[in-house]
Design a binder for this molecule. Structure first.
Ligand code: PEP
Length: 255
C-alpha cells in the first residue's frame, strides 16, 4: 500500500497590486490583523502589498499569524536595475514569500517562462517561498489548449532547486483575473491536476506535498466552493483582498 501523503496546509494570499497609500494600506492591514487575532482560519495567510508599504506592514503584522510577501522580484540579487526590487531586499523588509510570473507582469513586462524561473531561483536563494503563477488566456482555452499551456508553463517556469517547501503554484486563468468570471469546479480540478502532473514530470514524482492555489475573481461569496474543489490548496486574491472584511471572510471559508 502507498503511504498516505500528509494533508497540505492551505495558503491564502492577498495581492494588493498597485493599490494602497500609507494611510489606507495601514488601516486595511490593521483591520486584517484584528480579524486574525480574534477569529479562526485553517490556513497560512500572506499579504503582498506594494513594496513601499512593506516596512510599515511588517510592524503591523509583527506577532500576528499574517506573513508578508512581495509582488515580484528581480532575477539578480543587486545591481543596475533601476526600479526593480531584489528578493534579498524583500527578505530584508520582512517578507517570507514573493509572487513571480503574475500574468499582468508576463503581459506588460514581457516576462518569459525562463525569466520567471530565474526569479523563482532568486527567491529561493534569498530564503523566500516563490508563488509561481501560471494560467491560460481566453484564446488558448477557446482553442482547447488550456491544459497544454498550463503544463508547459509549469515545466518551464520552475528552477532546478524548486521543492514543495520553497514553492507554491497559483493557477490563474488570465480571463478570470478581475473579470468576475471563474472556471467551473471541474475545470479548476483539471487545471490543478495538470499543474501537479507538470511538476511531477519536471521533478520526478515529488508533487504530493505541492500547494496549488487558485486565483481569478475569488470573492467571499465563491471562496467556499472554490476551496472545496479537489486539488485546491488555497487562493490568490486580488480585488477582494482590498477589503479586510472580504479577505477575512475568504480566509474563514478555508476549512
Ligand atoms: C490576481 O491578480 O492575482 C487576481 C487573482 O485578481 P482578482 O482576484 O482581482 O481576479
Amino acid at each position: 500500500m502507498q503511504p498516505e501523503s500528509p494533508p497540505r496546509r492551505p495558503l491564502l494570499v492577498a495581492n494588493w497590486k498597485m493599490n494602497g497609500l500609507h494611510g489606507d494600506g495601514l488601516a486595511r492591514a490593521s483591520a486584517l490583523a484584528h480579524h486574525a487575532a480574534s477569529g479562526d482560519c485553517a490556513g497560512d495567510i500572506v499579504v503582498c502589498p506594494p513594496a513601499t508599504l512593506l516596512f510599515a506592514l511588517r510592524a503591523v503584522f509583527a506577532g500576528t499569524r499574517i506573513a508578508l510577501g512581495g509582488q515580484d522580484c528581480h532575477v539578480s540579487a543587486e545591481g543596475a536595475h533601476t526600479g526593480d526590487v531584489s528578493a534579498a531586499m524583500l527578505a530584508d523588509a520582512g517578507c517570507a514569500y514573493v509572487i513571480v510570473g503574475h500574468s499582468e507582469r508576463r503581459a506588460s513586462h514581457g516576462e518569459s517562462n525562463a525569466w520567471v524561473a530565474g526569479k523563482s531561483a532568486a527567491a529561493h536563494a534569498a530564503g523566500l517561498t516563490a508563488i509561481v503563477c501560471v494560467g491560460e488566456s481566453a484564446a488558448e482555452r477557446d482553442a482547447g489548449r488550456a491544459l497544454a499551456v498550463i503544463g508547459r508553463q509549469v515545466e518551464d517556469s520552475l528552477p532546478a532547486g524548486a521543492t514543495p517547501g520553497n514553492t507554491a503554484i497559483a493557477y490563474e486563468p488570465v480571463w478570470a483575473i478581475g473579470s468576475g468570471r471563474t472556471p467551473g469546479p471541474a475545470d479548476i480540478e483539471a487545471a490543478h491536476a495538470e499543474v501537479r502532473s507538470g511538476w511531477e514530470r519536471q521533478f520526478s514524482g515529488s508533487g504530493a506535498a505541492l500547494r496549488v492555489l487558485y486565483g481569478g475573481s475569488v470573492t467571499a461569496r465563491n471562496a467556499g466552493d472554490i476551496l472545496d474543489a479537489p486539488g485546491v490548496d488555497g487562493v490568490l486574491v486580488g480585488g477582494a483582498s482590498l477589503s479586510a472584511d472580504a479577505f477575512w471572510q475568504i480566509c474563514q471559508a478555508c476549512r
